[in-house]
Design a protein around this ligand. Sequence first.
Ligand code: ATP
Length: 336
Amino acid sequence: MSADMSEGTSAGQPADAGPQPESVVDAAAAAAVAPTSAVATEARDDLAQVEPVVGAPKPDAILVADDVVRRFGGMTAVDVTHLEVQRGAITALIGPNGAGKTTFFNLLTGFDTPQSGRWSFEGNSLAGKSGARVAQAGMVRTFQLTKALSRLTVLQNMLLAARNNPGERFWLSWLPFTWRAQERAATEKAMELLARFKLDAKADDFAGSLSGGQRKLLEMARALMTDPTMIMLDEPMAGVNPALVQSLLGHVQALRDEGMTVLFVEHDMHAVRHISDWVVVMAEGRIVAEGPPASVMQDQAVVDAYLGAHHDTDLGDDSLLDPEILARLEAEEEKR
Ligand SMILES: Nc1ncnc2c1ncn2[C@@H]1O[C@H](COP(=O)(O)OP(=O)(O)OP(=O)(O)O)[C@@H](O)[C@H]1O
């Protein structure tokens, strides 16, 4: 993932270019009309009662991780003692470059194996389960559009995601009339989701021809093909033109407002502040702070973590920190 803490784009990802397609720009308005579910409202009320301390128990935790350790050679990339993620809320996982966010994400979703640790989703242990099993359990992550997927059409990308659908039974796929019916149902569902994300007109275009923002929408739409309970978003704002950020944020909020749990890794602090109900901060593999977005970004451990990691980097987004803290950071910079 990128080192950039500025709004809108991340290093290594192409920013959107040219005029924004109206279809994407108005997505935020469409998403905004989604009524807030009782789960989402309750989740926010619940979180308001939670003490902002590392490892804080949540009133309704959907994901619980304990003593998760991942080492690469002599380097400890992840060492998470205890984390609970509240059901129905948007939780952001932030931290400086190399903090271990991606590695932790990979471990939780079955794409990497830790040296030790336990974690459960909806009360069921997921440790040792493959990525496919984790997805079947209802916890789905987004993937960046790879080169291979870029050569498929938008619709083909969606249908590929449906193949892992827990509703699909291998033995039924032997019967042509069954798979034809399944394919019809999957196509119908894919088109509905594409319409929701205003990508239906692009169904037959190569995915590689989409703009950065549209790719992010496709990644989200793809993940929804399996009807997840929890969606894990990997830098949903990376490579997205600032003009489209608002639209994407609307979509993420809409997922939460429909009752889904969202955990996302993000460098864009505007996005984190704007949509998160809870923020978890990692540094050097550990969780160093957690709490509501406004207060956690003023936490001394968070400031220290970013200061340590960004001493030679432009902090970019001034809205990350309040003016007082920013002044202190600048003073520290001058001393170096
Ligand atoms: N496969 C690997 N082999 C060796 N070291 C690795 C591997 N994957 C990650 N690391 C190291 O583990 C540490 C944590 O990396 P990770 O990518 O999880 O951090 P991050 O918080 O996601 O960073 P960024 O925000 O820059 O993406 C880093 O020091 C990284 O170099």
